[in-house]
Design a protein around this ligand. Structure first.
Ligand code: AMP
Ligand code: ZN
Length: 114
């Protein structure tokens, strides 16, 4: 657990969150400031600061995060119409919280990236 990391504190249960899925590797919870009808953050329990810090030992973990995203998307009824799975990496990518997370967005027509 990284000191002063909000998402590590959510993983530890020290900060409340609206958890929709969890297992031994990941936690998924509702974004506190949703920008779409479905806006869920999927994070590894392990602290990884951003996408560039993923190592070869994390390959299975990243695959697992995608599997969890698809499972949640299906449960939320997004699989037919589609959805977006987004990672913001560092400053230019718009990253604010430096604990790796993927945004699962859906339930409306999303606009172009950029
Ligand atoms: P990013 O810009 O990719 O780092 O996104 C960080 C996301 O975390 C934003 O969409 C925030 O709304 C969300 N967020 C910040 N604090 C919390 C919190 N306590 N619980 C849930 N989501 C949060
Ligand atoms: Zn963390």
């Amino acid at each position: 657990m990284a000191k002063d990391c909000l998402f590590c504190q959510i993983v530890a249960g020290e900060v409340p969150s609206d958890i929709v899925y969890q297992d031994d590797k990941v936690v998924a919870f509702k974004d506190i400031n949703p920008v779409a009808p479905v806006h869920i953050l999927i994070i590894p329990r392990k602290h990884i600061s951003d996408l560039t810090e993923i190592g070869p030992e994390d390959t299975n973990l990243i695959g697992h995060i995608h599997s969890v995203a698809i499972k949640i998307a299906k449960e939320k009824g997004l699989a037919d119409r589609g959805f977006r799975l987004v990672n913001n990496c560092k400053k230019d990518g718009g990253q604010v919280i430096y604990h790796l997370h993927f945004h699962l967005l859906g339930g409306r027509q999303l606009t172009a990236l950029g």
